[in-house]
Design a binder for this molecule. Sequence first.
Ligand code: 13P
Ligand code: SF4
Length: 304
Amino acid sequence: MTQDQIKARILQLAEEHNALLMAHNYQRDEIQEIAHITGDSLALSIEAARTDKQIIVFCGVHFMAESAALLSPEKIVLLPRHDAGCPMADMVTPEGLRELKKQHPKATVVTYVNSSAAVKAESDICCTSSNAVNVVRSLDCDEVLLVPDRNLGRYIASQVDKTCHIWEGFCPTHERLKVAQIEKARADHPDAIFMAHPECAPEILALADHICSTSGMYEYAAASSATTFIVGTEMGILYRLRTQNPGKTFILPSEGLICPNMKLTSLEDLLKCLETLSPRVTVDPLTAEKARLTLDRMLAVPRD
Ligand code: 13P
Ligand code: SF4
């Protein structure tokens, strides 16, 4: 089959199964092109909970599909590549978090959505890159544990008036971005605006004109009067930035900004997933009950 035939068959099967095709902003271009919905972790979780479709095909990584399964326990959530994980999410275990909680018994545990359901179940509330500062500010407490991303953690700590204990996890993709690469991109494009994801290292965020989630970058680039942008996040975001803003230029400052896990899902995987309705992502009910609470609490925080 040609790529166009595979795309047509995927869309036909999705319709027959009444399935919703969701894709994270970092997915391959051809996956984003045929997805019914694209977005950041927060937007996709909200859509997963809101849709009346009974089958959700989540083109992303495991923790994202798991969040959809937590928020929609009655629905079937499929992840076309069961091996699409997130190294940052794997940097914290429930046992490790329990140990840290013992050291800081008064602290509220704020866990980035890039984490397993088992870690969420040990937490008080979740956050994503688009609402993290707002979530932490909303808490009626003086002390927080920020898990697992040290870069997002330090960024939050710089924005809030609370004692922050930070887990030492990180995203290997975002940490590949170096100061010299930003300086070079700035020298080549002196009028460019630098947008950075909060998973970048602090010395990179210090250079940013705007720090935001992946979806925040679409909004910012569309609204800005600037015409050139240096993009400090995974390269998958370029597809929609470029198609939605044909008159603007988007520069990727590093060739290292590729998340291998986000790139695993191919059209062939998506087709097979719809043919077999597998692999399915489920969470055991006891863990799910506790983990869901942390997402519900996050979703109840008013948006800023
Ligand atoms: P967003 O919440 O901005 O989509 O980011 C998720 C992610 O995995 C970033 O690396
Ligand atoms: Fe995880 Fe980083 Fe990939 Fe996002 S980009 S899924 S944080 S490894």
